[in-house]
Design a protein around this ligand. Structure first.
Ligand SMILES: O=P(O)(O)OC[C@H]1O[C@H](OP(=O)(O)OP(=O)(O)O)[C@H](O)[C@@H]1O
Length: 202
């Protein structure tokens, strides 16, 4: 039986976004958190906490799959621990005629065995969307896109849970010809200055 592909209502999106944000948010009052240079920061979003919980995993997969289908995409790839749960969450939401396929991008080609850079059944003749939890500077996604392209894949766009709008990641990726879609646009510029934000990220 094909899944029900009726459009996910906006209210469901808002609820999911709220859930993801609330359950991913870690504040310095909760635990000591640092940036990549080891400096203390005020908050971060750790999306692994909600995404690796079965209920959110299921709901996020439904919503993300809907967005991908609307763009004619049935192949997704991820680079890093924030991305992997998103890729796997989408996979059950295809149809028998048009199943989703997923890929995990390695930092570098594996030196033995199949010697692959991208693990999984992705088809080079069809476009791939990159998945990631957070778009901040856009450097991770740009690097992932470059790795995919270097291995012969056609990268169409990037789907994320959150976009930190103050960091210019979207512009960086759009300049490379990628479309960008995020479930939640976070615009916390003023509080960001005060809190030195991070998305569990650089
Ligand atoms: O747009 P950017 O500035 O590149 O930031 C976004 C990236 O940062 C985070 O990963 P992080 O580097 O914290 O590594 P992790 O996935 O291993 O936690 C996040 O999961 C994104 O992949």
């Amino acid at each position: 039986m094909p899944n029900d592909y009726s459009t996910v209502p906006e209210s469901a999106l808002a609820k999911l976004g709220h859930t993801l944000y609330q359950r991913a948010l870690v504040r310095r009052e909760d635990e000591a958190i640092t940036d990549p240079r080891g400096q203390p920061i005020g908050w971060l979003l750790d999306t692994r906490t909600p995404m690796l919980d079965g209920d959110v995993f299921q709901e996020a997969g439904t919503v993300l799959a809907e967005r991908l289908r609307a763009r004619g995409i049935d192949q997704v790839a991820g680079f890093g621990y924030g991305a992997f749960p998103l890729v796997t969450a989408v996979l059950p939401h295809g149809t028998p005629e048009r199943p989703f396929r997923g890929g995990f991008i390695r930092e570098r080609r594996k030196a033995y065995g199949r010697r692959r850079l991208v693990e999984g059944p992705l088809d080079r003749s069809r476009p791939v969307a990159l998945m990631d939890d957070i778009l901040n500077s856009g450097r991770s996604a740009a690097r992932a896109a470059a790795l995919l392209r270097s291995d012969g894949f056609d990268v169409a766009g990037v789907v994320t849970l959150f976009n930190f709008t103050w960091s210019g990641g979207r512009a960086r990726l759009e300049a490379e010809g990628l479309w960008v879609e995020s479930l939640l646009e976070l615009n916390l510029r003023e509080s960001a200055r005060a809190a030195t934000p991070s998305g569990d990220t650089a």
